[in-house]
Design a protein around this ligand. Structure first.
Ligand code: NAD
Length: 363
């Protein structure tokens, strides 16, 4: 009897359902060609769930996620729900509780640019002659975004605002382990980014990462200060393999790496915990401006699925084949509107079909 892999699929709002349809095409090929028992069950989330069930994260959806091995999300939100009070808005009321419930403390973002596609990047050609392939590993649940006190204080005597940044050693250890494990599957290089010249949390960060690195003799570790890292990424992104960051620094660095690939429509992301469970989703949002037009780029969604089978199902070979198929499709000259510099572009559906063709050619 084959092992059953269960995925909770949450297409959500905006372009989510459109790009998810293209991902199903790849899932179906994998099921057939590799005889793998992947079960996908769909649940409502975000704005559509508010409309249908009165809440952005219905009980049925959370139970469906709990009974699965991984979550594949499209996107949530849109103008219709942006006017709700912030605690009821789709992103806040659905994604944050899921991250909290499953303790998804590590955010992984993959930014890949093939050397022959370097015209997509806003960087100068000479800086990206060899393309790049960077995995940003960001700590997602600690540091300055979550530590208390964090408030504005106003009374007769004082008026100030305060944010606090706390990092516990165990939080740094567990995110470091994820980064080193990922590096072992790649070019065995980790660059950790901090402000250890100024911040105590960064000093502990650096010391702890050095300690964890002793368990990974094959991985080369280096440290960079945040300000220098931002410049180095622009000067020569290809020098990086895995970049490891605390929460706030990772917020900036992962967006920086992302934009260097040319389009948010090609950026996947994963939020994972220590048990290989994860929520996999495009880095972009619901893109309401292009919803229903059949022009969204499905690559971010397909790559999110690729990350899912790599991290949660340990099917690294199949995941690599998907990544290769996507690069191959782009190299054949197929482009969706977001990466096309002329009127020559194909639809969401056509891009999905071309990726499937390239994938089958690789099998
Ligand atoms: P967005 O990422 O949805 O869109 C920004 C721009 O990128 C738009 O021009 C859009 O057309 C384009 N874009 C995004 N994905 C694309 C794709 N796959 N192919 C082609 N172009 C693509 O960000 P926004 O406009 O700030 O937010 C729109 C809505 O999405 C808001 O309601 C926001 O709250 C929500 N949102 C959701 C998530 C999520 O689901 N995780 C993340 C960010 C924003």
């Amino acid at each position: 009897m084959h092992k059953k892999y269960k995925i909770a699929v949450l297409p959500g709002d905006g372009i989510g359902p459109e790009v998810m349809q293209e991902t199903y095409k790849i899932i179906n090929i994998i099921k057939k060609k590799f005889c793998i028992n992947i079960q996908t069950l769909e649940y409502d989330i975000g704005g559509i769930a508010i409309d249908k069930h009165g809440t952005a994260l219905p009980e049925k959806t959370l139970i469906g996620c709990k009974n699965s091995d991984a979550i594949l999300l499209g996107s949530v939100g849109g103008p219709k729900w942006d006017i709700l009070p912030s605690e009821k808005r789709p992103e806040i009321a659905s994604l944050l509780p899921i991250r909290k419930y499953f303790n998804l403390f590590a955010n992984l973002r993959l930014a890949i640019l093939h050397k022959k596609l370097n015209y997509l990047s806003p960087l100068k050609k000479k800086n990206i002659q060899d393309g790049f392939n960077i995995l940003c590993v960001r700590e997602l649940t600690g540091g300055i975004y979550f530590s208390k006190p964090s408030e504005e204080v106003k009374n007769k005597k004082v008026h100030y605002a305060i944010d606090t940044s706390i990092y516990h050693k165990y939080e740094i250890q567990r995110i470091a382990k994820i980064a080193f494990d990922e590096a072992l599957k790649r070019k065995c290089k980790v660059t950790s980014i901090d402000k250890a010249n100024v911040l105590y949390t960064s000093k502990l960060w650096r010391k702890t990462i050095d300690e964890v690195s002793k368990n990974y003799p094959k991985v080369h570790l280096s440290h960079l200060y945040f300000d220098n890292a931002i410049m180095q990424i622009i000067k020569n992104p290809n020098q990086f393999d895995v970049i490891l960051c605390p929460n706030l620094i990772g917020d900036v660095i992962s967006d920086e790496c992302g934009i260097l690939t040319g389009s948010i429509g090609m950026l996947p992301s994963a939020s994972i915990n220590t048990k290989n469970f994860g929520l996999y989703e495009p880095a972009g949002g619901a893109a309401p401006d292009i919803q229903g037009k059949n022009i969204a780029n499905p690559i971010a969604q397909i790559l999110s699925f690729s990350m899912l089978i790599n991290h949660s199902f340990k099917m690294t070979n199949i995941s690599n084949l998907i990544n290769i198929a996507i690069q191959k499709t782009l190299l054949k000259g197929f482009k969706t509107y977001d990466i096309s510099n002329d009127k020559n572009f194909i639809t969401t559906e056509q891009m999905g079909n071309e990726i499937v063709k390239s994938f089958i050619e690789e099998l």
